[in-house]
Design a protein. Structure first.
Length: 373
């Protein structure tokens, strides 16, 4: 088998390892537009707290070592320009690459919100390790940091920046932090805990302008309030990379639509990770990648295997208030109890527990998971 994987993130390298376990003779080629080093992307939002530097500790294994260890060909600094499904070729700026099976594992990009002002193009967005290197360089000269986006990544970065003694203000239109994941009672609890740790909030607000100032930037908020900061970090969400898949005639929705085997409309092309959409579900988290990669590796090596996701609680890396949750479906009724200086929430439909949120000590996590199993 001649397998080509586009992307050397967690999805791409995990799949390559799983395929190699099952097929020692497969030809496996990975294509990436960056240097191909393997690193843990989720660690970018808490690297300060754990004392990790972008140049050294965050890189788990250089591309050359990954290639040698798993017998891979890794094409670095290579831009994919298209997919020729008839010829079964990936088109790149270095020439075409033939495939028998192709896996799209090219992830998602940070959303860009249009903002007025001559400082708008200085906003930092962290989606890859080279973005994080720039962020750390800019952070070294900054004391006041504004984070646009009070979601999961914004809250993780806010908590992490406190460990570097930065003044942090989080801005967003949401009524409470993590509003897309947490009900109000839980969101307000998170807000209180992070406030006590030092985070400041401008919720129910958007950023209308970002202008360069003598020292840093002046942010004009939607209520005409002005905020002076040294650095602006955007964490407003992700958009799955679907453009090249769409151009190749594959079905896309929010992500690249795949069947239970992980295949697109074309059985010779699969999708995995942050760019993939499993039915109606888009799952930009670690555990779905691991489960999907194992099943897809079996399918690619001759044993068709449906991708089945177990119950996968989402963990939010905010040490000021550790969070585990399973989002509830619409219409669920939430109830809360205070326990061990934290908060435990259960969501129920027809007396069945269909979701939970655990804020603070995590001693009840396994019992809550069992309630949903």
């Amino acid at each position: 088998m001649n397998l080509v994987i586009i992307g050397t993130g967690m999805a791409g390298y995990t799949l390559a390892r799983e395929v190699r376990k099952k097929d020692p003779l497969a030809r496996i080629t990975l294509i990436t537009r960056d240097n191909g080093d393997s690193y843990s992307k989720p660690m970018l939002s808490n690297a300060l707290a754990v004392g990790k530097s972008p140049e050294q500790q965050l890189i788990l294994s250089p591309a050359a070592k990954m290639a040698a260890q798993y017998d891979l060909q890794v094409l670095v600094q290579t831009q994919v320009t298209g997919i020729d499904r008839d010829r079964q070729q990936v088109l790149t700026d270095q020439g075409p690459v033939d495939y028998d099976q192709l896996v799209l594992a090219w992830g998602a990009e940070q959303l860009h919100l249009p903002t007025a002002g001559d400082g708008a193009d200085q906003v930092v967005r962290v989606n890859q390790i080279h973005d994080y290197q720039l962020f750390r360089e800019r952070l070294a000269k900054a004391d006041r940091v504004a984070i646009i986006g009070p979601g999961l990544i914004g809250c993780e970065f806010a908590n992490d920046l406190l460990h570097a003694d930065k003044q942090v203000t989080v801005i967003g239109p949401d009524p409470w932090p993590l509003a897309s994941l947490l009900p109000e009672t839980a969101g307000r609890f998170v807000e209180q805990k992070l406030t006590a740790a030092g985070v400041q909030w401008q919720l129910g607000q958007t950023v209308a302008r970002i202008d360069q100032a003598k020292a840093g930037f002046t942010l004009t908020l939607s209520d005409d309030q002005h905020l002076e900061v040294d650095l602006v970090l955007s964490a407003v969400g992700l958009r799955p990379n679907v453009d090249l898949a769409s151009a190749a005639g594959l079905t896309v929705s929010r992500g690249i639509v795949v069947n239970p085997l992980g295949q697109t409309d074309d059985p010779r092309i699969s999708a995995l990770g942050d760019c993939a959409q499993y039915g109606e579900r888009w799952l930009p988290y670690i555990m779905p990648i691991m489960h999907a990669a194992r099943a897809l590796a079996a399918t690619l090596t001759g044993t068709p295997t449906d991708i089945v996701f177990p119950l996968m609680p989402v963990a939010v890396k905010t040490p000021a208030v550790p969070i585990s949750l399973v989002p509830a479906p619409p219409g669920a009724r939430w109830s809360f109890i205070e326990q061990d200086e934290g908060l435990v929430g259960r969501a129920k439909l027809d007396e069945r527990t269909v979701g939970f949120v655990l804020l603070g000590p995590q001693t009840l996590r396994q019992s809550l998971v069992k309630e949903l199993s």
